[in-house]
Design a protein around this ligand. Structure first.
Ligand code: 5GP
Ligand code: MN
Length: 339
């Protein structure tokens, strides 16, 4: 779904643009923002990337990262001013303004135009322009498409390519998820021709853990992971106390939920993390069991068929109890879900 032509028309002269990823941006959200920002600057526009929250340290290598404004880190007034002055806001890797919290309220009120580039399921009801494809493997894939549609491939460079590569690499599970189409491999070939060092990016994202994080992983796998074979489900439920005890930082739980899915016969995995006043949830599935639907119907969330998330405004224990109770109604579906 796209009305790209109208956006191209709008961008035909220099504009002031803000670019926004969802809260706690991952490599796809942040990489997409940084790639688009660098591209739009080359095309003559003025851009600022504003993130609602901080993000993992393993993304600090990304070209342009240092210039990102982090709203929650005392940048509220600066962000407010930029939003008031901007002609256009690009929303990347999300399609509901609630996913950028207070920033969403500011953007909704502002006079600027809104554009969405995203690959999550959902109906976009707030944007003037959109490039939305739930079949796309990553938002970074759509940013690459956007640059091609814009006739701007001469502006693609190594730094932009590195950001796009990181987004596609992480959202395809290092090119193993079913979303890894031949088109994805062609895009990657093009990015490699721009001089990126793909294995370096892989190391920077996946192999720069702290010792703490690895010890925490050991703890979580050993002491925290629960399996419910009758529902073909495995889940982690991490309390604030546990997260603190292991000195976890933003990003330290990234990827953890997938371990539950690596066990034979498990079709559904969840990770519950206790926060201040709510529980954050990550869901993963294999086959045709839709966690986007599960998250949207019960946990104020959404996402993709096999990877989704949500927020539940209850304690950790109440959230887990609710989840286990809800599983009863999905039991049959989980048992017949094909791989
Ligand atoms: P993760 O579990 O890695 O945080 O997220 C998995 C997928 O679900 C990502 O594509 C992410 O953007 C999406 N997602 C995570 N949390 C939420 C949420 O609270 N609401 C919605 N709509 N999507 C989410
Ligand atoms: Mn994504």
């Amino acid at each position: 779904m796209t009305n790209y032509t109208a956006l191209k028309e709008f961008l035909s002269n220099p504009k002031k643009i803000i670019i926004l990823p969802h809260r706690k941006p991952d490599a796809d959200a942040l990489g997409s923002c940084l790639a688009l920002s660098a591209y739009l600057r080359k095309a003559g526009h003025t851009t600022t990337v504003i993130s609602p929250t901080d993000y993992p340290k393993f993304l600090f290598w990304m070209p342009g990262q240092k210039e990102v404004l982090i709203y929650e880190n005392g940048k509220q007034n600066k962000a407010k001013k930029l939003i008031e002055e901007a002609d256009l806001a690009f929303c990347l890797d999300f399609n509901e303004l609630s996913r950028i919290e207070q920033l969403g309220e500011l953007v909704a009120k502002a006079k600027l135009k809104k554009a969405v580039i995203d690959h999550h399921q959902g109906n976009i009801d707030f944007a003037d322009y959109y490039l939305h494809d739930p079949k796309a493997a990553a938002t970074a894939e759509l940013v690459y498409d956007f640059i091609q549609l814009d006739g701007g491939s001469q502006h693609l460079d190594k730094k932009i390519a590195e950001c796009i590569y990181a987004g596609i690499m992480t959202d395809t599970g290092s090119f193993k998820f079913p979303s890894t189409s031949s088109k994805i491999h062609r895009i990657i070939a093009d990015l490699m021709d721009l001089g990126i060092n793909a294995s370096r990016i892989h190391r920077l994202v996946y192999d720069t853990s702290t010792e703490n994080r690895l010890r925490f992983l050991g703890y979580a796998l050993h002491q925290n992971l629960t399996f419910l074979p009758e529902f073909k489900t495995g889940y982690f439920a991490l309390s604030k106390k546990e997260l603190k005890e292991y000195k976890t930082e933003t990003g330290d739980t990234e990827g953890l939920v997938n371990y539950a899915l690596s066990v034979k016969g498990i079709r559904l995995a969840a990770l519950f993390s206790e926060k201040e006043g709510f529980t954050k949830i990550s869901f993963r599935s294999v086959g045709d069991f839709s966690v986007a639907k599960l998250a949207a119907e019960h946990f104020n969330g959404g996402g993709h068929v096999n990877a989704a998330g949500g927020i539940y405004y209850k304690s950790l224990q109440e959230t887990v109890d609710t989840f286990v109770k809800i599983l009863e109604q999905y039991k049959e579906e989980l048992h017949k879900s094909s791989e």
